[in-house]
Write a protein that binds this ligand. Structure first.
Ligand SMILES: [Zn+2]
Ligand SMILES: [Zn+2]
Length: 824
C-alpha cells in the first residue's frame, strides 16, 4: 500500500500546528500484514497487564456515530465509480447465507484521489468452529471489551496489530474478549454506474470500500480469533445498530449463522456477569432485521436521492456534490418552514398600559390584563382606546390578592431526548456533544446505556443500593423521602431510562456536567414535591379597568434542592382594599416573529413527529450543518437549504414528505415488536421503499433540466455568500488580492490563500481536522483577523494565522521545547 503523499502545504501545516496522535490515526495509512496462525499470532502479540481502563486513544474516533449511515462523500464523488461483475450474489443473511457471498467490485479511476483502481474482491472466509477451544465474546467498542473482560475474571490483555483483546479463565472455561469499532462492514453498490434507481447492494468490509480504512486491523483480529473458537457470543450494544454490527461480525467475519447474545444496560461487574450467565442462545433477530432494514433504506434513499440531485445538476454541464437523506429531507423542511414563517411575519404594533399602585406602605406596578391591538381597518382605534388610560394617575383603585399553591412533582427519569434538551438548557451543550459524553460515561461504567427512549426505572436494577451511594456522594440523604421513583410514560423495549450505576470516577468538561445532571436527576426522583406559593394582585380602577401582576415564592424546595432549575421567585407585597394610583405609563411594543429552532428544540420536534430515532436525530442535524443547508445555534436555513426545499416541493415533494418518512419509521419499529415474520416484513418495507424511490427517479427524469438549473443557481448563490464570509483581509504581499479561507478538496483541509492566484501565490496553513471560522476580533499583536478552530469534543481554539506574529512565536517555541523534552 502506498503511503499517501503529503502536499507541501500540508507538511508546513503540520510543522506549524502540532498534530495530535488522534489526528495521525485518521490520516496515516498503515501497512497491514496478513493474519498469522494462532500460535504465531500469540507469539507476535504483546502481552500486557490489564489496566482497569483503556486510554482515551483506544476509543477510536468516529465510532460514536455508528448509528447513522450517511452516504459517504467519497461514494458520491466517485459517482461513476463502481463497475459491475458477474457472480454477484443476492443479499445474504443468517438463514440464507449457505450460498457463499462473493462480491467482485471494481472501481474505475476517477478524479478523486481516494478511490482505488484495484479490483476489489470480497468473499468471506468459511470458518468452522472447533469442538475444543475458547468462547469468543465480541463487543462493539474497545473500551467495552476491556470492561467485560475485567468483569468476568482475571484477564490478560494482548495487543496484536495495535488491537487489544483479552484472555481469561472463568470457572475453568477459556474466554477471549475481542472488539469491533462500530460497523466493520458497510453497504456498497454492486453494479457500475450512477444511474438511478439503484438497489443492488451488499455488505462489504469497510477496508474494501474505503482505501486505508483503519477498521481492517479489527476485522483481521476477530477473524483470526474466530478460527480457534468453540463458540461466539455477541456483546455489542443492545439496540438495533448494535445487533447489525454483531450480525455482520457473526455471518461475514466469523462465518457463522447465529451466535449467543449477551444483553446488558450497564457495563458494571454485576450486570456483565448476569448477562454472561443468562446469555441467549440466539441473536436478537427482530432487532437485527429491523436494523438491517434501516441500513438498506437509508442507503437506498441517501445514494439514490443524492445522485438524482447531482445528475440533475450535471445536465447543466456543471458538477456539484449535493446530498439529501431519508430523514434529512423532512427535517430540513421543518427548519425551512420556520424560516418562511419568520420571513413572512408581519410585525404589529401593540400597547401595554401599566399603573403603579400604593397602599401607603408598599408600591407595586401592575399591567393591564389585555394587550391593546388595533383591529384591522379601523383607523385611529388605538388612539381612542388608549385615551382611557391617560388620566389614571391620582385616581383610586380597588386591590385584591388571591393566593394559591402549586405542587411541582419531580420530572421523570431521563430518556435520551430529555437529557439532550436539559443539557442544552442548562449548559448549552449540543445534542450530539451530549450523546458523545453520555456514550463515554456509559463505556466507563458510570451510567446506563444512553440511547434509550424509556422513562422507567424498573425494580430489577436494584436502584436502592445505587440510591444509597449516590445520596451519600451528593449529600442528599435527608432529601430522599420516597422508596419508589417517579416514572414517566415513555418506554423502550431494550433499555430502562438513563441512570447512574453508582460507580465514580474523576471527570471534567462536558462529561462532568452530563454526569452530574444524570446523577441529580436520578436523586430528584426520590425527593418530595416542591411547593410554590403563588399570588395574583389585581386592581380595578374607577373607570373599571383591571390591572394585575403575579408573584411566586418557593415554600418547599423538595427535589429542587438536588436538581437545577430556572425557576424564578418574584416577591410581591399583598395589596387589599383601596389603593392610590401613583403613576401610569403606556409601553409601545412590536409583535415578535416565531423563534428559530435551537439544536435541542429541533430534536424534540423530530421526536414529537416521530422522524428519525433517538440514536440518529443528533446526527441528522449535524449532517444538515455539514452540507451547508443550515447554520448557527439559532438554526437558520441557508439560501442553499431554502432553495433545495423549494425545488423539491415543486418537482418531487415526496422526498420531503414527513408522513411517508414516519410511515417507514413505524413499520421498521413494528419489526422489533413482532414475533417472527421479520424477513417478510423487511421485504415488504424494502419493496415499498424501492417503489417510492423509483417514482422519485421518474419525477426527476422528467424535469431534470429545470431541477438542475435551480439547484445550480442555489449552489452558486451559496458559494458567493461563502466567499464573502470567508474573505479575511487584504493580502499583505501583493496588496491587490484578498486573503480568504479556501478548502482544498485534494488535501481535504482548509488553508488561507490570496484570491489574486495565480498572480500571487501567498498562502497560510491552518490547523488540520477542524472547521475554521472567522470571528469578529483582530489579533492585538499584529492586526490580522483572528480565526477559530472547532473540533469535535475539543474546546474552540482562537488563534492568529499570521506565521510572523509574536503570539505564534511563543507557541511554536513551546512546541519545539516539548518535542525536545519528549525526544530526550
Ligand atoms: Zn496576494
Ligand atoms: Zn497576530
Amino acid at each position: 500500500m502506498k503511503k499517501k503523499q503529503k502536499s507541501r502545504a500540508e507538511k508546513t501545516a503540520e510543522n506549524y500546528f502540532p498534530v495530535d496522535e488522534d489526528d495521525l490515526k485518521n490520516t496515516t495509512e498503515k501497512q497491514i500484514r496478513p493474519p498469522l496462525p494462532r500460535k504465531e499470532f500469540l507469539k507476535k502479540s504483546i502481552e500486557i497487564e490489564v489496566k482497569p481502563q483503556l486510554s482515551e486513544k483506544e476509543i477510536v474516533k468516529g465510532t460514536v456515530e455508528k448509528a447513522y449511515n450517511k452516504p459517504d462523500r467519497r461514494d458520491l464523488e466517485s459517482i461513476e465509480g463502481v463497475e459491475s461483475s458477474e457472480n454477484v450474489p443476492k443479499k445474504t443473511r443468517g438463514k440464507t447465507r449457505s450460498r457463499k457471498p462473493s462480491l467482485k467490485t471494481k472501481i474505475r479511476k476517477t478524479k478523486s484521489p481516494r478511490t482505488t483502481t484495484k479490483q476489489v474482491k470480497y468473499s468471506p472466509e468459511k470458518i468452522s468452529l472447533k469442538s475444543e477451544g475458547y468462547e469468543l465474546i465480541i463487543t462493539e467498542k474497545p473500551q467495552a471489551a476491556n470492561k467485560i473482560a475485567t468483569a468476568l475474571g482475571k484477564a490478560t490483555q494482548r495487543v496484536s496489530n495495535k488491537v487489544s483483546y483479552y484472555d481469561l479463565n472463568k470457572n475453568g472455561k477459556e474466554i477471549v474478549v475481542a472488539c469491533a469499532v462500530g460497523h466493520l462492514l458497510t453497504l456498497k453498490q454492486k453494479v457500475m454506474g450512477s444511474q438511478i434507481p439503484i438497489f443492488d447492494i451488499g455488505w462489504v468490509p469497510n477496508y474494501l470500500a474505503r482505501k486505508g480504512d483503519f477498521t481492517k486491523r479489527y476485522y483481521d483480529t476477530i477473524k483470526q480469533l474466530a478460527k480457534n473458537a468453540r463458540s461466539i457470543t455477541i456483546a455489542t450494544d443492545y439496540d438495533i445498530e448494535g445487533e447489525v454490527i454483531g450480525l455482520n461480525v457473526v455471518r461475514y467475519i466469523c462465518g457463522q449463522k447465529d451466535a449467543n447474545r449477551m444483553k446488558f444496560s450497564t457495563l458494571t461487574t454485576k450486570e456483565i456477569n448476569d448477562a454472561y450467565e443468562n446469555k441467549k442462545p440466539h441473536l436478537d433477530w427482530a432487532q437485527a432485521i429491523a436494523g438491517e432494514t434501516r441500513n438498506y433504506l437509508d442507503w437506498f434513499y441517501g445514494i439514490n436521492l443524492s445522485r438524482a440531485l447531482m445528475n440533475a445538476i450535471k445536465t447543466t454541464g456543471s458538477f456539484r456534490i449535493m446530498s439529501i437523506g431519508r430523514v434529512q429531507g423532512p427535517a430540513l423542511k421543518l427548519i425551512v418552514d420556520k424560516e418562511r414563517e419568520i420571513l413572512n411575519f408581519k410585525t404589529e404594533t401593540y400597547w401595554q398600559p401599566f399603573i403603579t399602585i400604593s397602599n401607603g406602605k408598599n408600591k407595586l406596578e401592575l399591567k393591564y390584563v389585555k394587550d391593546i391591538f388595533s383591529p384591522e381597518g379601523v383607523p385611529n382605534w388605538d388612539k381612542e382606546e388608549l385615551k382611557k388610560f391617560e388620566n389614571l394617575k391620582g385616581q383610586k383603585a380597588q386591590a385584591s390578592t388571591t393566593k394559591s399553591e402549586e405542587i411541582l412533582p419531580p420530572n421523570p427519569p431521563f430518556d435520551l431526548t430529555t437529557l439532550q434538551t436539559e443539557a442544552y438548557k442548562f449548559y448549552g451543550i449540543t445534542p450530539s456533544k451530549t450523546l458523545q459524553a453520555a456514550q463515554s460515561l456509559y463505556l466507563g461504567g458510570l451510567i446506563s446505556y444512553p440511547r434509550t427512549s424509556s422513562q422507567k426505572l424498573p425494580d430489577s436494577i436494584d436502584y436502592k443500593t445505587i440510591l444509597e451511594t449516590m445520596a451519600k456522594k451528593y449529600k442528599a440523604e435527608k432529601l430522599i423521602t420516597k422508596n419508589k421513583p417517579i416514572e414517566g410514560k415513555k418506554t423502550d423495549p431494550a433499555h430502562p431510562s438513563i441512570y447512574p450505576t453508582g460507580n465514580f470516577q474523576i471527570l471534567s468538561g462536558d462529561e462532568e456536567k452530563i454526569y452530574n445532571l444524570i446523577a441529580r436527576r436520578f436523586l430528584s426522583l426520590f425527593c418530595d414535591d416542591a411547593i410554590i406559593d403563588k399570588k395574583r394582585i389585581a386592581a380595578i380602577t374607577e373607570n373599571n379597568l383591571t390591572f394585575s401582576t403575579r408573584g411566586s415564592a418557593i415554600r418547599k424546595k423538595g427535589w429542587l434542592e438536588v436538581y437545577p432549575s430556572k425557576l424564578k421567585e418574584t416577591e410581591v407585597p399583598d395589596m387589599e382594599g383601596e389603593v392610590e394610583i401613583i403613576d401610569s405609563r403606556i409601553e409601545e411594543k412590536q409583535t415578535q416573529p416565531p423563534k428559530r429552532f435551537s439544536p435541542a428544540s429541533i430534536i424534540s420536534e423530530l421526536e414529537k413527529k416521530n422522524l428519525g430515532t433517538k440514536a440518529t436525530r443528533a446526527n441528522i442535524l449535524e449532517t444538515l450543518y455539514d452540507r451547508g443547508y443550515v447554520k448557527g445555534q439559532s438554526i437558520t436555513a441557508t439560501p442553499l437549504g431554502m432553495s433545495l426545499i423549494e425545488t423539491l416541493e415543486k418537482y418531487s415533494p415526496i422526498i420531503i414528505d414527513e408522513k411517508l418518512t414516519r410511515k417507514f419509521e413505524n413499520e421498521m419499529e413494528s419489526i422489533t415488536k413482532s414475533k417472527g415474520d421479520y424477513e417478510k416484513r423487511e421485504e415488504k418495507i424494502i419493496n415499498e421503499a424501492k417503489e417510492t424511490i423509483t417514482e422519485i427517479a421518474k419525477d426527476f427524469e422528467k424535469k431534470e433540466k429545470s431541477i438542475g438549473k435551480e439547484l445550480l443557481n442555489a449552489q452558486n448563490k451559496q458559494r458567493k455568500q461563502q466567499k464573502i464570509e470567508n474573505t479575511l483581509v487584504q493580502c499583505p504581499k501583493c496588496k491587490k488580492g484578498n486573503l480568504a479561507i479556501t478548502y482544498s478538496r485534494k488535501n481535504r483541509r482548509s488553508f488561507i490563500a490570496c484570491d489574486a492566484y495565480p498572480n500571487c501565490k501567498t498562502t497560510y496553513s491552518l490547523p488540520p481536522n477542524g472547521t475554521i471560522k472567522k470571528i469578529d476580533n483582530i489579533c492585538e499583536k499584529c492586526g490580522f483577523p483572528l480565526l477559530m478552530s472547532l473540533r469535535k469534543g475539543k474546546k474552540p481554539w482562537i488563534f492568529c494565522f499570521n506565521t510572523e506574529c509574536e503570539t505564534n512565536k511563543e507557541r511554536l517555541e513551546e512546541y519545539r521545547k516539548k518535542k525536545e523534552a519528549k525526544n530526550n
